[in-house]
Ligand binder design. Structure first.
Ligand code: SER
Length: 587
């Protein structure tokens, strides 16, 4: 059976709608206020509160297609099926149907909608351990669909939950047996011999894994299923290679055109570029998108982009082509993910900037890497050397690992991490000595961003009047985010004006003066003090920037606006009702 991307998506959603499910849109790929995970890794992740018992507005049966990023397998990318970004087609029972119904529907969808034959299927069920019994109930449900016992495998690893705990339970995975001979007497769907390909996972969530690792029964029994869209598409269209499916087609052809090389003859570098670039586009193009940086999601993004750049070099491309390829990705997905279109400029600009930045160090770094490899001992690159490559040449650990692996050399990961942490500790101490203010991050760059928010707020109030005020801000050494009360989208002209006015204040090199006063004195002088309840009324710091701005603030701040560099707005978007959010950088 051949099937297009659109057809497969529709088939999934229509099937579950016909079984009483409500379709919900994909959540952001950058989770809301979740400090435990950097990315949305599964369809169930945004649904955790509902799996725990909260009422979902869509009812007890939900279906969707969720954007997911999983980068723990980044080194595996290069084969026919591993991806760092994928779309997960999912359906959920929130305390409604359970194993019997779900297994019957799984069988129906696989055989009647996707056209697999009963004999082609193999399934796994939970074998039992000290936490929970063997899942005979799931096996019985499969037998009821006509599967033979030699198609049903009991495996101890068949358990699914997020690494950090939460709702979890035994699962039943579905595989397609491609008919190759078994690799040995113990051959089963969980081995990697290539006989079986996993297509779907039904998780029966009955337990809650607590922070201390213990389990307790969940208030409600749920079903959580996930089918990988790209893998299924690859299987249905006979090629078995996710990169040969329609979703990568335009980008793959563009890369062939740009490199003058054929995909089939350069599988690994093509696949790495295609995969990493697509993931980068979805991270940048999310409405909560972040630019590349050295922390958290921004660092994962930087790794993906830099590894893609190296693989472009392997294809003898040294021009900047990432944005050309990214256009193909945006065009392919914009119907289903209109945020990519909304954020097209941001995606392209950030990719180009990262290419330029890395271009300054990559060649020198690759030469240094050659030297490192020529004197390597015991086939191991020590942590300090790997850290030096990171710190001086901008080689993320995975980047160094990739090159090392090609030379059958390993990298001392623990050693690298120790150096990395020691370095962070040093820069933290250094920063603490410089500033004694009350904010979490005291780097010089962050101080510049604090000053920039004051200037920006002052200009916004000049533009739109005193009802505009700060609702929140979030500053890292890489960027600033500023939320303010305002009830509509700013026009491109207004954003340009704001940017120009902030830059004017910077160019005027105005000293930033800090004075200590009582809160009453500060207010009498008209200082803005938006979060006054946080301050000690007897002693607050008032930061004055000429006649532009006067604000009560804990600091730290730049000493002179001239230190800030160039101010550039990345995005203006809605934050919540009546509140807008501006993301900006100082360059
Ligand atoms: N959460 C399960 C998985 O990721 C099923 O969707 O496999």
């Amino acid at each position: 059976m051949t099937m297009t991307y659109n057809e497969l998506r529709n088939l999934w959603i229509d099937f579950f709608k016909s079984k009483g499910h409500t379709e919900v849109p994909s959540a952001s790929v950058l989770p809301d206020n979740d400090a435990t995970v950097l990315f949305t890794t599964a369809g169930m992740q945004p649904l955790v509160p509902y799996l725990m018992g909260e009422k979902h507005p869509g009812g007890k049966r939900i279906t969707d297609i969720q954007k997911c990023v999983r980068t723990n397998d980044i080194a595996e990318v290069g084969d026919h099926c591993h991806l760092t970004f994928f779309e997960m087609m999912g359906n959920w029972s929130l305390g409604d149907y359970f194993k019997k119904e779900m297994i019957a529907w799984s069988f129906e969808f696989l055989t009647q909608k996707l056209g697999f034959k009963k004999e082609q299927l193999a399934v796994t069920c939970f074998a039992g351990n000290e936490n929970a019994p063997k899942d005979e109930e799931a096996a019985t449900a499969w037998r009821a669909q006509g599967l033979n016992d030699n198609q049903i495998f009991f495996i101890e690893d068949n358990w699914w939950g997020l690494a950090d705990g939460g709702p979890c339970g035994p699962d039943s995975e579905m595989f397609i047996d491609n008919g190759k001979p078994a690799c040995g007497p113990n051959c089963n769907p969980s081995c990697n011999c290539g006989k079986y390909t996993e297509v779907w996972n039904d998780v029966f969530m009955q337990y809650l894994k607590k922070k201390d690792g213990t389990m307790e029964p969940l208030v409600q029994k749920n079903v959580d299923t996930g089918m990988g869209l790209e893998r299924t598409l690859a299987f249905l269209n006979g090629e078995g290679d996710v990169f040969m499916t329609e979703v990568f087609e335009d980008c793959r052809k563009k890369l062939e055109e740009l490199s003058g090389k054929k995909y089939a003859e350069n599988l690994v570098p093509f696949r790495k570029v295609l995969d990493h670039l697509r993931t980068a586009v979805f991270i940048l193009g999310d409405d909560k998108g972040v630019p590349p940086s050295n922390t958290d999601q921004g660092y994962v993004l930087r790794r993906l982009i830099r590894i893609a750049i190296r693989n472009l070099k392997k294809l003898d491309i040294s021009d900047f082509v990432l944005s050309k390829l990214a256009e193909c990705v945006v065009d392919k997905y914009k119907t289903y993910y209109p945020e990519l279109e909304r954020n097209r400029t941001f995606i392209m600009t950030e990719l180009e900037k990262e290419e330029q930045l890395f271009n300054r160090t990559i060649n020198a770094g690759l030469k240094e890497m050659d030297k490192v490899l020529s004197r390597v001992q015991n086939e191991l690159i020590d942590g300090e050397t790997a850290f030096h490559l990171y710190d001086t040449y901008g080689f993320p650990l995975e980047f160094t690992q990739e090159i090392a692996t090609e030379h059958n050399v390993k990298v001392d990961i623990d050693g690298f991490n120790k150096c990395f942490e020691a370095h962070q500790e040093l820069s933290r101490k250094g920063a603490e000595q410089k500033f004694k203010g009350g904010l979490a991050d005291h780097s010089e760059k962050s101080a510049h961003y604090h000053t920039a928010t004051h200037i920006m707020q002052a200009i916004l109030r000049q533009m739109f009047g005193p009802t505009v005020c700060q609702k929140g801000s979030n500053i890292t050494p890489e960027r600033m985010r500023f939320d303010f009360s305002f009830d509509r989208k700013m026009t491109p002209e207004e954003l340009k004006y704001l940017e120009e006015k902030v830059n004017e204040v910077i160019q005027q090199k105005i000293p930033v003066v800090c004075e200590e006063k009582t809160l009453a004195e500060a207010q009498a002088e008209g200082a803005l003090g938006l979060f006054t309840h946080k301050y000690d009324a007897e002693k607050v710091k008032v930061y004055t920037i000429g006649n532009v701005s006067k604000e009560v603030c804990g600091g730290p701040h730049a000493q002179n606006t001239g230190d800030l560099g160039h101010f550039r707005i990345l995005k203006e978007e809605s934050s919540s009702a009546g509140v807008r959010r501006i993301k900006a950088v100082l360059e």
